[in-house]
Ligand binder design. Structure first.
Ligand SMILES: Nc1ncnc2c1ncn2[C@@H]1O[C@H](COP(=O)(O)OP(=O)(O)OP(=O)(O)O)[C@@H](O)[C@H]1O
Ligand SMILES: [Mg+2]
Length: 421
């Protein structure tokens, strides 16, 4: 029996896990700033927080039976997902999306996105808060029904063949979902049972995935004592327990320190080497997007650019020159009138996109009129993904997120003011 979709919002798992879903996470201080030397490249930094996997409502077993309450019934003992459509080169893509749309009333969260992800690819969605990343993942994972358009995952339609899609995917939600009262091993055991992994395969697979994320030695420990990074790694291990063909990771490293984020990324890359798995992940961290084979930059529900990180950066074709002055507005006006340059205020400094930034700087100092505000500092950086984002959207991701946060605060203040009247 097919399980009806229960909601359009946060995912509701069948198991004891309590996944988040489309809610924005308490974001870590994403800092794609990166001061650069005239010859160097900017180094985006930033931190984030983790979360985890859970079993979505009505997650089907390998035989496709799910109970009316959405609890999976592990009847099939075949273990890993069947290899029928796990084709090699030249095979159908792991994910095919055509003109996918999702509206929540007036809010058009996803506005007609189209893309394909090849088998074995690490594909990332990069975008600021509210861009529509989680909503897209939720549609691909069958947790949210699209308003329009079509999507196939592992060759199956996300609306008409939901059970087939669910059988073939692993999902690590944006918000944490592992059960703190259980040990790491018990969390994985439960997940394996929900997915009908053959009992004799559970322990070897558990060992394999826990060793991959460096938690095998801690398998008997209650998860409540784990650090954020350990929990996140456990959630990734759990998402892999049933050997999915496609693993969805929604903000896999959000809130983690840079070192833990790097180690999670090396697990993800190792996973790609070890298993024939396709990885679809979302992030709003530039440095993370660099790990992907290809990325789609998403803004306001639309894909504004899609390519490999290298190709995207090359497409910008300009360096970024950042100038510190005491009067940014006057400096922007001066750059326009004297140099014909369209400078922008970005993250509190004047930013100009120019080809050959290192050559431009001496010219700038030579020509800078003494009547203009003095230049206090200057830096040049090669194009980063932030520049790519800026060139397609006119803002940096960080500024976009700050704008949204200001907007939210304004609305909240208005509501509070309204309440008092
Ligand atoms: N269940 C829902 N009901 C109403 N609006 C929703 C719902 N889920 C998402 N939205 C809205 O859709 C838009 C996209 O949200 P989504 O969670 O997909 O963004 P995101 O790119 O994942 O952001 P973040 O980086 O903060 O996780 C937002 O405006 C959000 O408020
Ligand atoms: Mg999200």
């Amino acid at each position: 029996m097919a399980v009806e979709e229960t909601h359009d919002g946060p995912a509701t798992p069948a198991g004891p896990a309590t996944p988040g879903g489309a809610t924005a996470a308490p974001d870590g201080p994403a800092t794609p700033t990166g001061t650069a030397t005239p010859t160097g490249t900017a180094t985006p930094t930033g931190t984030a927080t983790p979360t985890g996997t859970a079993t979505p409502t009505g997650m089907a077993t390998p035989t496709g039976t799910a109970t009316p309450t959405g609890t999976a019934t592990p009847t099939d003992t075949s273990g890993a997902a069947p290899p029928s459509s796990r084709a090699g080169g030249g095979a159908a893509p792991a994910i095919e999306v055509r003109e996918l749309v999702k509206s929540f009333g007036e809010v058009r969260a996803v506005r007609g996105v189209s893309f394909e992800v090849a088998i074995g690819e690490v594909f990332g969605f990069l975008g600021p808060n509210g861009a529509g990343k989680t909503t897209t993942i939720n549609m691909l994972c069958t947790l949210t029904r699209p308003s329009a358009g079509e999507a196939l995952v592992a060759g199956h339609d996300v609306v008409r063949e939901r059970d087939d899609v669910r059988r073939n995917i692993g999902l690590v939600f944006q918000d944490p979902t592992v059960d703190g009262y259980l040990t790491a091993a018990q969390n994985l055991q439960l997940h394996a049972e929900l997915y009908g992994v053959r009992s004799d395969l559970v322990r070897p697979r558990m060992r394999q995935v826990l060793e991959m994320v460096g938690l095998w030695e801690r398998r008997g420990t209650a998860v409540s004592t784990f650090s954020g990074g350990m929990r996140r790694r456990l959630e990734i291990a759990r998402g892999l327990m049933h050997s999915p063909r496609v693993l969805f990771l929604d903000e896999p490293t959000i809130g983690l320190d840079p070192q833990t984020r790097r180690s999670i990324w090396s697990y993800i890359r190792e996973l790609k080497e070890q298993e024939e798995i396709t990885i679809f992940m979302t992030t709003h961290y530039m440095d993370e997007a660099e790990w992907c084979d290809r990325i789609a930059i998403m803004d306001h529900g639309e894909i504004v650019a899609l390519d490999s990180p290298e190709a995207l950066k090359a497409s910008v074709g300009t360096d970024r020159v950042t100038i510190q002055t005491d009067d940014n507005e006057a400096a922007i006006a001066a750059l326009r009138s004297q140099f014909g340059l369209d400078a922008k205020l970005s993250e509190g400094a004047v930013t100009i996109a120019v080809a050959g930034g290192a050559q431009f700087v001496p010219h700038l100092f030579d020509e800078w009129d003494p009547s203009h505000p003095p230049i206090r500092g200057v830096s040049v950086s090669r194009p980063t993904l932030d520049d790519v984002f800026m060139s397609y959207t006119g803002t940096t991701i960080r500024d976009a997120e700050e704008d949204q946060s200001r907007h939210r605060n304004r609305v909240m203040m208005q509501m509070m003011g309204g309440g008092r009247r």
